[in-house]
Write a protein that binds this ligand. Sequence first.
Ligand code: ZN
Length: 264
Amino acid sequence: MEVFKDQVYVLTIVPYRDSDLIINFLSRRNGKLAAVVYGGRKIAKSTSFPFQPGELIEMEYKKTENRDFVNILNTSGKKGFSSEQFAYERFVFHSYLIEIVSKISKPGLPSDEFFDLLDEYQRYNRKSETQFSIIAWVLWNILKSGGYQLDISCCHQCDKSSWKMNPDQKPVFRKQEYYLDYDSGAIICKDCYQVSYQTGTLSAAMLKIIWLFESADSYLDSFDDLPSEFTKSLARLLNSYLVKRFEISPKSLSAFSGILNSTV
Ligand SMILES: [Zn+2]
């Protein structure tokens, strides 16, 4: 049995028995773990668990090797956020993101990628408007961490390159419409498209955004300038692909889809 002192993200909280809770959380070193919080449902008691899914807290816990259920020794945390601080869209996406991470993270595996992603998303704290570029960027990275990267270099059927470098080292994309094959993650140009494919449409502008994402290590402020009509379409496409690839149906998907499909 080993004691860990770790920062963890609370993923889910489920009532258990009369006064207890079962929580799932994501730890950087041990991946997804679960624990019973005894007396966690009691209100305003020393045992009560005051945190919400999505919060980053400090936790001390005892873990036996190969077991995903741990014993919590201590929790503490400053309130990282409250739902009132969020614009509605941000709140919905945050809940959706936590639900996805909860569904696809695994016990026993270090989860640096998810942790970094959640950290970066938390740090990014614009309130004014929905930023579809950060949403698209986060979805893109979740796909990458699952090994479902898109191959946008060429049409999967005719092998024609989708872009080339111009003399100033800037990518120039072919004026062509592409389709993303949800089964393989490959793109197919309009000339090669067959109706039997399960696909979403990709414009040259969306391909360029993916190209920009691929060439950056972290979310850069320069992505803010990307036109939201394209980042929104891209977020929609990546999300359809993600749900299909990971074979998940998150409860908050319909709320999130509402934002992706809204016209304002
Ligand atoms: Zn083609």
